[in-house]
Design a protein around this ligand. Structure first.
Ligand SMILES: [Fe+2]
Ligand SMILES: [Fe+2]
Length: 265
């Protein structure tokens, strides 16, 4: 069975896309994959923009599976956790889109397990010498901000929400393990340091602390039926073999949208 997977469409910024949105849809539909997996940052501010993005994605001629990203949970005056657990699942229901964060998707002998993932500063690089409290404050040494600082509004510390994601992921993986032969794992944030794009730039290195969590990766590697892992979030394309598992951070960015097609027997 053929699957298409993409991420970081940032549909509310479609005026920045290099390709017409209709042509991008044509590209998705070209090989007629029955399934499309969208791994987060479909928009910023889901309350205002997600419905339009879902209307657009309905031009895909198959089943859509969705997990959100940090931008989807941004809010000006609401609660990000309510958006994650109520607003998005209700809108998914309305548009017939499968919300992976609620429940894995099982087709034949394959499960697609999806999770937003989060960051807990385990990808920070101690060599650049900033304390944990500096990262938690989400202001870069050059004065710019990690914008989750303004627009993610909930009761969690980042480490706590990461643990919440790990717990959910663990239960979902354990639940599907005896029902299927293989698992494809998709996650907005990055679970392995090997998938984090690095460059010799102090601010870039600082920003990598917000890319994901090695604790999530440690949980993933306990589950032996995972065959493929996809993530996004960094907007940089990185492919790695993680303990024999094909793993890719799909580098869609604000201008160029990437899609991978993969086949599962
Ligand atoms: Fe993004
Ligand atoms: Fe993101």
């Amino acid at each position: 069975m053929l699957y298409a997977v993409t991420t970081d469409l940032h549909y509310d910024l479609k005026h920045l896309w290099k390709e017409q949105p209709s042509l991008f849809l044509e590209r998705l539909n070209f090989k007629s994959p029955p399934f499309l997996i969208v791994i987060g940052d479909l928009v910023s501010f889901a309350e205002e923009n997600l419905e339009k993005a879902f209307q657009y994605l309905k031009g895909f001629k198959g089943t859509i599976l969705f997990t959100p990203g940090n931008h989807d949970l941004w809010t000006k005056s609401g609660n990000s956790f309510d958006i994650y657990t109520k607003f998005i699942p209700e809108l998914c229901e309305k548009y017939g889109i499968y919300y992976l964060d609620d429940k894995p998707f099982i087709f034949s002998k394959t499960a697609i397990v999806g999770n937003i993932g989060w960051y807990d500063y385990t990808f920070r690089n101690p060599d650049i010498g900033y304390r944990l409290s500096v990262y938690r404050n989400k202001i870069f040494p050059d004065g710019s901000e990690w914008m989750d600082r303004r627009f993610i509004k909930w009761k969690f510390k980042d480490e706590d929400f990461t643990f919440y994601c790990i717990d959910k992921l663990k239960k979902q993986l354990e639940n599907v393990e005896n029902k299927v032969e293989e698992i494809v794992l998709v996650m907005h944030h990055i679970p392995f340091k090997e998938l984090v794009y690095r460059k010799p730039d102090r601010m870039w290195t600082f920003g990598n602390a917000y890319m994901g969590s090695k604790r999530i990766g440690e949980e993933i590697l306990k589950h032996k039926k995972i065959r493929r892992i996809y993530c996004g979030h960094s907007h940089q394309d990185v492919v790695a073999d993680i303990n024999g598992i094909y793993s890719r951070c799909i580098g869609s960015n604000y201008r160029k949208k990437s899609v991978e097609f993969f086949e599962i027997k």
